[in-house]
Design a protein around this ligand. Structure first.
Ligand code: LLP
Length: 432
């Protein structure tokens, strides 16, 4: 199977973390997001151990919570000793509701509102990653007025093309994120930050993109950032204590994708970064990474019920399910590839290819096209694998479809972490 926690039992059913997927569908209804908590925890440990071993004991991963966000996941991240990356007041609020330690929060966003900044200051978040000059001045004024000194990192665009989908590439000069080295603006913003009250610029941040398979683009980013840190030290006397290299390591969505050894990737990155620091005559800063997808994607499986199996002679087959783009917009947005199977026929051969369609009123509402799968019929349970990241967190109520529940499984037990939305929830805010 694609991931180590998936198997097939004696009934020929898919199992997730040892639990029968057909039973889970029966118990919790469909569509449902099933998240293997044990696998998330193990992924957190792999990152943490590798970062401590290779970058030193002050290095640690921050979970990029935009990938999958609800209170229990913040508790899991806290218990596993991770920091978190939040990008909105809503994520901060959820983290607070979960009791996540504020000092381990890194607050992001290319356009933080005054309210966001005020919330972050009030919560006492550890670091704010400042995107641009306007935000720098707004934060400085706000913090100084409150008699606070807020630690910040400055978001830098290193000018990297990581060869991933354009919509999830973020490190090039022409980007809505950060301040570019190439234009001279990055150096200017560091100089400005050093002189302003209410803030303490402790380091730099960059994030080059997402779903990146090779470590080369990360190494390129590190090369540019370490040279920049040396330049800042020489020209401005700036001591960069923290270098946050963002997230972006890829995940295996299909059998065609390579298996990624995250510990090995971290080890290789660390070896290069150490060398770069020596070469540039700078002390090794505290290194932070911000994995999102690689911590949660593989741990997620979405279960649907098949509504129809339609064959259009000379064209293609459609399998329609009781979810679609409202719970997984990634094919519609990025043409993302997934692996699917019929959970109650998991032992059978995938003898056909089919397009898996959702139930929304538009043709683009697809989970995927030409997907190898078992022949299906109404009432079957269809599982889409690797949906832990950027599915629930990107879900919508398009066509007034309620969002599915999030079910956490751990130690052979399943529990509801987020209940299914109801029709009453959908009208609860309609007051006119
Ligand atoms: N740090 C920053 C500043 C980020 O912007 C992101 C992702 C991450 C960390 C985590 O990256 P990851 O390890 O998950 O690749 N919705 C898209 C992905 C958008 C990623 C946005 N930023 C998708 O479904 O593919």
């Amino acid at each position: 199977m694609l991931h180590s926690n998936l198997s097939v039992n004696e009934l020929g059913h898919l199992t997730i973390g040892g639990l029968d997927a057909v039973d889970l569908a029966r118990q919790f209804g469909t569509p449902a997001y099933i998240i293997d908590e044990d696998m998330v925890r193990e992924n957190c440990r792999v990152y943490r151990r590798a970062m401590t071993a290779h970058f030193g004991s002050d290095a640690y991963p921050l979970y990029a919570s935009k990938a999958l966000c609800f209170t229990a996941i913040y508790r899991i991240a806290a218990e596993e000793g991770l920091g978190i990356d939040c990008v909105s007041g809503g994520e901060l609020y959820t983290a607070k509701a979960a009791g996540f330690p504020a000092e381990r929060i890194c607050f992001h966003g290319n356009n933080k509102t005054d309210r966001d900044l005020a919330d972050a200051l009030e919560m006492g978040v550890g670091r704010i990653v400042v995107d641009n000059r306007d935000e720098l001045h707004a934060l400085s004024a706000m913090a100084a007025a409150q008699g606070k000194v807020q630690q910040i990192l400055l978001r830098i665009t290193p000018g990297i093309d990581p060869h991933t989908h354009r919509a999830i590439s973020t490190g090039s000069v022409d980007s809505k994120f950060g301040t570019a080295i190439e234009t001279g603006q990055a150096k200017a913003i560091v100089a400005e930050a050093m002189a302003l009250p209410g803030i303490d610029p402790v380091g730099l941040h960059c994030h080059i993109g997402s779903q990146i398979f090779e470590i080369d683009p990360f190494v390129d980013a590190a090369r540019i950032m370490t040279a920049f840190i040396a330049e800042l030290k020489r020209d401005l006397g700036f001591a960069c204590q923290v270098l946050n290299l963002g997230g972006g390591l890829a995940v295996r969505y299909t059998e065609h994708d390579p298996v990624i050894d995250y510990a090995d990737a971290i080890g290789r990155m660390a070896a290069v970064i150490r060398g770069l620091c020596t070469e540039n005559g700078i002390d090794m800063p505290t290194i932070l990474l911000e994995p999102g997808r690689s911590l949660v994607a593989a741990a997620g499986t979405t279960l649907y019920t098949v509504g129809s199996f339609k064959e259009i002679p000379g064209f293609r087959r459609y399998i329609s399910v009781d979810g679609g783009m409202p719970d997984n917009p990634r094919y519609a947005l990025y043409n993302s590839r997934y692996t699917a199977l019929i959970a109650n026929r998991a032992a059978e051969e995938k003898s056909i290819t089919a397009t898996i369609a959702g139930r929304c009123c538009e043709s683009g509402d697809l989970i995927g096209e030409d997907m190898p799968i078992q022949p299906a019929q109404r009432g079957d349970i269809l599982a889409v694998l690797t949906t832990g990241a950027y599915n629930y967190s990107m879900a919508s109520n398009y066509n007034r479809i309620p969002r599915p529940p999030v079910i956490l499984i751990s130690g052979g037990e399943a529990r509801v972490a987020v209940r299914r939305e109801t029709y009453a929830d959908l009208v609860a805010r309609d007051i006119g």
